[in-house]
Design a protein around this ligand. Structure first.
Ligand code: ADP
Ligand code: MG
Length: 720
């Protein structure tokens, strides 16, 4: 609908009707996702060129660093007597000139044209009558006329055929025509209380700030708004998921608590006690718990889970404990059996490799209620399982399950409480968002007496030295792992076995297949080489995901008993394996593993009171891989590493928004703006509690934004 001549432009008017736009440019803008005048107003600069601290050539002092804005007047290149080359660019500012020169970089000549506006930074020297800078930094400032007036100049994401100048002109026109039509999102008192700029002030400053401070205030306002709307959407979702759904209230009474603690083999740490308090408070409610327990490798999450399980059992409820690998699930059974020896509690087992008969018997025990705790792999969440009174579901190492397995089962009657655990800590602000429907408990300490793992990423020449040390420690009585990435063809497997096996693949397997590296050693070859070489004198064993579950179990038991001194393994041992006497780890082709995974792996060697040693050998190394390995050498804190991991992978991957189906954020960054995320959440939660429908008239605008942005993806459709 083209606007009538006497009608002013509207926010929703197609951009082509904007002064200076037209159909051809509108088509280009469309490529940037800009269709309406409103879209253009919200097309924010990706950067700014700071022209506020510029010097005048007339005020130059010899040797003092300066930045100067000027116009290219002449470009010249010549040869020196000794056969080198010189590129010289004459830059004019008013009546003054400065000459920029570069030696032996002839290609630079192509970068300059007369008439360009450039920002030149360097240390000037007086040569005769003229200022000269050698090898200055140069930025091309795409500006025309008096645009570059000594302020922060916006730099927009562009598309071919559009330049900065044109886009700036269009944005100015859009601001002029439609700024006063923008509706404020927040009620006036809210802006005031939170020190936020009104939208109509923030928007022009976001595009054309006069100073850095102005820009910061404008950005803060827009970042806050974006995150607040997101947190409102998540809070609405949470209220929706929980509303009206019943669960069995399972209170940890003083009596139950005392009985459980008598069974535990050690004093709990303050962090474990705090986690237990948070979980118990949830489980005592008749609403289902949805809680994420995150804690670094070895922080002692299992015992916290066991506590929750025993509370449930004390109330006559059933528990499901799901682990990503059979090896880990078996270990949980062993831990539980040890703790519950002599008690009446019955533990059931479900996994992919079971015979039909075993499975049938297990299912019968679960249906009758005779089995109180069901442990297993993905097999425990099959819809054919009938429970007697399922009251708690615990998912260990949740990050290892694909989205596919995370799906919840629908049960008739009261819903179970959910506790998911992960040792891949996600920065809290990201967890609050990605798992917006979960509450987060962070187990921040470790059992007493834990030692750090000494981590090395040595050059290949140092191999022999490392193995020398490895053997010395073995002779002292310690044990060790050698980790080799899985490389082999698949055999046919059942879907559950396949899912279990998938977890053995290094996270980075695809990226590593760039052909640059020598093919990594296969597990068998590595085993043979060690058995006949470096570790000839020691008892070594082998474990990988495709062994029969009996063989796997036997190998791990032998390792646990110490009959095997060194276990050569795939990353199947990554999750959960707990053998405190094992303090040595060699990781081959470490470049093939992700950061989080390497941290998990080395967590295997700091389970007891001896210091652990982990050496990462890289088969080949890109800079990116080298940075990853160095990050491990430099950091032992899993939370810190998670942040590094997110930043190494870049912001796109960080949120994984797409993967989680959320629309990408425009101005906010969950890591960088962590403090604002927290604030937005703290503001959003009580607001939704008081106004579950956001139906008050002054919240109308917020409600609209929430529904437009997240209505579909979060299925908020029936709000209001
Ligand atoms: P994770 O958090 O990685 O799952 P685990 O629960 O496997 O860690 O615990 C690691 C080890 O620490 C286990 O051997 C466990 O028995 C031990 N542990 C846990 N809590 C304590 C504690 N409070 N005191 C002493 N040892 C503990
Ligand atoms: Mg664990």
């Amino acid at each position: 609908m083209p606007p009538q001549a006497d009608q002013p432009l509207q926010l929703m008017t197609p951009v082509q009707y904007l002064k200076g736009c037209g159909t051809a440019r509108a088509e280009l803008l469309e490529k940037l996702g800009i269709r309406t005048v409103r879209d253009l107003l919200f097309h924010f600069p990706r950067d700014y060129q700071d022209l506020t601290e510029l010097q005048a050539i007339a005020e130059f002092e010899e040797g003092k660093a300066v930045s100067v804005l000027g116009t290219v007047e002449e470009v010249d290149s010549s040869r020196t007597g000794s056969g080198g080359s010189i590129v010289a660019v004459l830059v004019r500012q008013g009546n003054h000139h400065v000459r920029a020169v570069w030696f032996n970089q002839p290609f630079l000549r192509e970068k300059f044209r007369a008439g360009q506006t450039v920002l030149v930074s360097g240390k000037p020297k007086l040569r005769g009558m003229r200022w000269e800078m050698s090898h200055p930094l140069v930025k091309h400032v795409e500006a025309e006329g008096d645009e570059a007036r000594g302020e922060l100049l916006p730099v927009y994401p562009l598309t071919e055929g559009l330049n900065q100048h044109r886009l700036r002109t269009l944005v100015r026109a859009a601001l002029e025509a439609c700024l006063d039509q923008l509706d404020e999102v927040f009620p006036e008192p809210y802006l005031h209380e939170h020190g936020l700029l009104p939208l109509r002030e923030a928007l022009p400053r976001m595009h054309f700030p006069a100073s850095q401070e102005e820009l910061e205030r404008a950005r803060h306002r827009l970042i806050y708004q974006e995150l607040f709307v997101l947190q409102l959407a998540l809070a609405l979702k949470r209220a929706q998921v929980r509303g009206g759904v019943a669960a069995y209230p399972l209170e940890a009474t003083a009596k139950i608590d005392a009985r459980i603690r008598r069974l535990l083999p050690f004093e709990l740490t303050p962090g474990q006690n705090q986690s237990i308090r948070e979980i118990s408070a949830d489980m005592a409610q008749s609403l289902p718990m949805n809680r994420l327990l995150q804690g670094d490798v070895g922080s002692g999450k299992t015992i916290v889970a066991v506590y929750a399980m025993l509370v449930t059992v004390a109330h006559g409820g059933q528990v499901v404990l799901m682990a990503p690998t059979e090896v880990l699930a078996r270990q949980h059974v062993a831990t539980l059996e040890r703790l519950l020896a002599g008690s009446q509690t019955r533990i059931g087992w479900l996994a992919g490799g079971q015979t039909a008969k075993e499975r049938h018997a297990a299912l019968a025990g679960i249906a009758s209620g005779e089995t109180q705790i069901v442990v297993g792999t993905q097999a425990v969440i099959s819809s054919e399982i009938e429970f007697h009174k399922l009251a708690l579901v615990i998912i260990d190492e949740q990050h290892k399950f694909g989205v596919r397995q995370r799906a919840r089962l629908k049960y008739a009657g009261p819903q179970p409480h959910y506790l998911v655990m992960t040792a891949t800590p996600i920065p809290r602000t990201i967890a609050l968002t990605l798992f917006g429907d979960l509450d987060v408990t962070t187990l921040g300490d470790r059992p007493p007496g834990r030692q750090a793992v000494h981590t090395y990423a040595p050059a290949p020449e140092q191999r022999e030295q490392w193995w020398e040390f490895f053997r010395k420690k073995l002779r002292e009585g310690r044990q060790g792992y050698v980790i080799v990435p899985l490389v082999a063809e698949r055999k046919t497997a059942t879907p559950i076995e396949e899912a279990e096996e998938e977890l053995e693949q290094p996270d980075f397997a695809e990226q590593a297949n760039d052909g640059s590296a020598a093919p990594p050693m296969s597990l068998d070859a590595a085993y043979e080489a060690l058995a006949n070489g470096e570790l000839e004198a020691f008892r070594i064993g082998l474990v990988h995901g495709r062994m029969s579950s009996h063989d796997k179990q036997a190998a791990l038991e032998a390792f646990r008993r110490g009959d095997i001194q060194v276990l050569v393994a795939t990353s199947v041992v990554e999750v959960g394996i707990d053998v405190p006497n094992a303090t040595l780890m060699t990781i081959e082709n470490a470049e093939r593993f992700g950061l989080a995974q390497l941290h998990q792996l080395r967590g295997r060697v700091s389970r007891g009171s001896y210091p652990g040693y982990c050496t990462l050998f890289a088969g080949s190394s890109t800079q990116e891989a080298a940075d990853r390995l160095q990050a491990l050498v430099d950091n032992e804190d899993g939370f810190k590493l998670a942040e590094i991991d997110f930043s190494l992978r870049g912001p796109g991957d960080m949120l994984g928004t797409r993967q989680h189906g959320l629309p990408p954020l425009r101005v906010a960054d969950l890591l960088r703006d962590a403090a604002v995320v927290e604030q937005a959440r703290a503001d959003a939660v009580p607001l939704i509690q008081q106004n579950p429908q956001l139906s008050q008239p002054e919240l109308r605008q917020l409600r609209r934004m929430v529904l437009i942005r997240y209505g579909d993806t979060l299925e908020l459709g029936d709000v209001g």
